[in-house]
Write a protein that binds this ligand. Sequence first.
Ligand code: PAF
Length: 303
Amino acid sequence: MSVPIVRTVAELRTVVAGWRRSGASIAVVPTMGALHEGHLSLVRAALERAERVVVTLFVNPKQFNNAADLAAYPRTENEDAAKLVPLGAHLLYVPDAEEMYSADFATTVSVSAISEGLCGAFRPGHFDGVATVVAKLLLQTSADFAFFGEKDFQQLQLVRRMVQDLDIPITIVPYPTVREADGLALSSRNLRLSPAERTIAPKLASVLLDTAERLARGSPVLPTLDEARAAILAAGYREVEYLELRGETDLQSMASLDRPARLLVAAWLGDTRLIDNVATSPIGNWPDSQRSVEVEGAKQLRR
Ligand code: PAF
C-alpha cells in the first residue's frame, strides 16, 4: 500500500475536481515534511473532519532567511509517505521549487502587525515566505479546512488573519501542541539535541506553564517574565530570544493580564533554537472545572 503522490498543480487540481464532483469535503495539512507525531495528529484530526485529506510536503525556500538552514533541512519524502499510509491520508502533494515559483514569480503576501515581533523580529522575511506559500497551497488545493498546529502560534494567527483579509473560502482549524511525556513540544529540531541537552529541554515547557499559572493568579507581568527568563537560563539554555505575553488573537503586547493571552518563548539550547507557547488568562475567567485541570497539568510537567 502507498499514498498517491502528485507533483504538479495540474495533477492536484484534477484529483481534487474528481473529489468535488463526488461531493466530498476536503482538508489540507500543509507541512515541510520530516513528519513527526505532531504532524500525524494533524492528519488524524483532518481525517475526522473531512472525507478527503491532502498532505502537502514542500520545503519552502522563501521562508528560510539562512541558506545553510535551508540546505540542512531534512528531506525524507519516502519515510514521510510511509508514515501516512496507516493513517489513510488520500493524497500527498510534493511540488518542487520550480513548480511552486515560476522563474518570473513576482508576488509576496505580507501580513502586517501580527508578523512583527516574536519570531518575526529574529527571522526577517520568514513570515512573508510563510504567508505567500500558504496562500498558494490553500488556493491550489481549494480545500474546505486547513489544519495548523498551535506550536507555531504566530504562524497560526498570521494564517487566520490572511484568510480573513483575502476572503479565502477555507476554515482554519488549530490543533493543540503535541508534547513528549516530559512536556517538551514535538519538533523536528528536537533530533538535533545532544543527550545532555535533551534532559534540559523540557524545562522550557515547565517554566512556561509555571509562569502562566503565576500570571493567572495575579503575579505582576514584567517581574514574573524576568524571573522566567532567569529560570530558563539557569536550567542550561544559552539564550532567551524572547519571552513575551501577547493577546491571544491579535498578538498585541500586554503589560497586565486582563484578557485571554499567550505566553510565547524562543530560546537557544546549544545550537538548537526551540519555540513553545501556552495559553493563560486571569484565573477569574476560568470555569471551576478548568482551574484544577490547568493547575494539575502544570504540576505534572514540573515533576
Ligand atoms: O509550519 C510549517 O511546516 C510551514 O511553515 C508551512 C505552514 C508548511 C509553510 O511552509
